[in-house]
Write a protein that binds this ligand. Structure first.
Ligand code: C2O
Ligand code: CU
Length: 505
């Protein structure tokens, strides 16, 4: 099919059908490294400007309008080191008009509130509250804020993204996110693949009009255009559709991030190639975990090693179920790669349950009528809306257990700002009994977290019909933060709550 025929076929339906495009004609792009522009109070200062840009997602499509940082989306990768603070000036240089459909009936997005507004959050960062990107602290084009990142935390794959009240799903969909890697001595000592052998892989799904422009759906009700979830036909890797990447027959380290609005990934490699997970959201695991399939919920990260040594001259595909995301082309050359993956990566001290000063039972549920599915929105955290007073107010330097009681039919990736935590377990319970008389009746034994979830996390899958328990040490800073579901459509529509770390008195 020629390009013209292709455009005509897809125009007929209006929505781009990715499978009609030739695969693996574009090389995987790597987001550039951010460079500091100067110093501020003895620390490097970066400046990242949010702008409307155009980029090609596929050879046979015209450039796509999106929002990025500088001239790229995903934005430049910021590299930080533990203990070395830095500043970022986040400048809003976007146009005054949004190109995606805003739902003005959503809290915080009402009429009179400027359409284009942003505030950047560092996901996974232990950051003082004034630099954390509180959703209501958004600002408009022409303005900028400077955030301070202390980097007093272990090496990890963090990421930055927009968090503006009521339109995070649209600003992220437009492209406002990027990686932020914290490195430390522990990781240096392990001799992991580095330089060109360490590759970021940011995955996100999108829908496009046939002309290559982004398409975000609206509901049938013009007064409430919000949709409850978004799943796109196309899965991009670092912003390209069906990219290929040339690799040598040796080990590579991939920094995976699920930056999708709603999609969970179940990733496999073709040819029964295994992958070895060495890190999760908040840094290295205690030991590598060999996997056939990797689950990644929105907001989650995985640090993985893939060894192409036995695959000289072959092609390996990264797949999500039956969808092929990307092609690795293993060269026929030889490559020196002596270092083995260390069997011990680091020591992870288990937080003891007896150290918890408090257990909070927190439901994930909808106040709507279960007999009328159209009434099942919004979904709330412990029955409360965003605007209600703070109810989660842990004391600084104490440990708490949060039991997430999921009464909905969805899995929700729950993220807390400021902290890292450990997953204790997930336990099935009788939802019906709970809905009727608020009694927790467990129906089976508790299930420990998967081996690749047993390290430090900041986002956890709360599966339906399960009580998911996490144990959290509230350390670093006191002040106002948020916790929320990282399915962005849920987050924007009330599945987010403020919480406050209070000073002991
Ligand atoms: Cu990645 Cu509050 O978000
Ligand atoms: Cu959710």
């Amino acid at each position: 099919m020629t390009r013209r025929e292709f455009l005509q076929t897809s125009l007929a339906s209006g929505i781009l059908v990715p499978s009609r495009l030739p695969k693996f004609v574009d090389r995987l792009t790597i987001p550039p490294l951010a460079r500091s522009v100067g110093m501020k109070s003895d620390a490097p200062l970066y400046r990242l400007a949010m702008r409307q840009i155009e980029r090609k997602i596929h050879r046979d499509l015209p450039p796509t309008r999106m929002w990025g940082f500088g001239s790229t989306s995903p934005g430049p990768t910021i590299e930080a080191r533990r203990g070395e603070p830095l500043f970022v000036e986040w400048a809003n240089e976007l146009p005054n008009k949004h190109f995606l459909p805003i739902d003005h009936s959503i809290h915080g997005a009402g009429p009179g509130i400027p359409d284009v507004r942003t505030i950047i959050h560092l996901h996974g960062g232990r950051v003082p509250p004034e630099s954390d990107g509180y959703p209501e602290n958004w600002y408009t084009p022409g303005k900028s804020v400077v955030s301070f990142y202390p980097n007093q935390q272990d090496g990890a794959t963090l990421w930055y993204h927009d968090h503006a009240m009521g339109i995070t799903r649209l600003n992220m969909f437009a492209g406002l996110f990027g990686l932020y890697l914290v490195r430390d001595e522990g990781e240096d000592a392990l001799d992991l693949p580095k330089g060109k052998y360490e590759v970021p892989l940011i995955l996100y799904d999108r829908s496009f009009h046939a002309d290559g422009q982004l398409y975000y759906p609206v509901s049938a009700d013009p007064a409430k255009p919000w949709v409850s979830e978004f799943f796109g036909e196309a899965i991009l890797a670092n912003g390209t559709l069906f990219p290929f990447v040339d690799v040598e027959p040796r080990k590579y380290r991939f920094r995976l991030l699920n930056a999708s609005n709603s999609r969970f990934y179940y990733l496999t490699l073709s040819g029964k190639q295994t992958l070895c997970q060495i890190g999760s959201d908040q840094g290295l695991l205690s030991a590598p975990v060999e996997l056939q399939r990797l689950t990644l919920a929105p907001g989650e990260r995985a640090d993985i090693i893939v060894d192409f040594r036995e695959r000289r001259g072959q092609k390996i595909w990264l797949q999500n179920d039956r969808y092929t995301i990307l092609e690795f082309r293993v060269s026929d050359t030889s490559s020196v790669d002596a270092a083995a993956i260390p069997r011990r990566l680091r020591t992870i001290q288990k937080t003891a349950e007896k150290d918890a000063v408090r257990t909070r039972l927190l439901t994930l549920e909808s106040p709507g009528d279960p007999d009328d599915p159209s009434m099942l929105e919004p979904m709330l955290l412990n029955g409360a809306y965003w605007h209600e007073p703070v109810t989660e107010n842990p004391t600084l330097d104490t440990v708490e257990i949060w039991s997430l009681i999921n009464l909905t039919e969805d899995s929700h990736p729950i993220h807390l700002h400021l902290v890292r935590f450990q997953i204790l377990d997930r336990r099935p319970f009788d939802v019906f009994t709970y809905l009727n008389d608020r009694q927790l009746r467990y129906t089976a034994e508790a299930i420990p977290p998967d081996a690749n979830e047993a390290g430090w996390k900041d986002t956890v899958r709360a599966d339906p019909g399960m009580v998911t328990r996490i144990i959290i040490h509230f350390e670093g800073f006191s002040g106002r933060y948020v916790w929320h579901c990282h399915v962005l459509e849920h987050e924007d529509y009330e599945m987010m709550r403020p919480y406050e770390v209070v000073r002991p008195h």
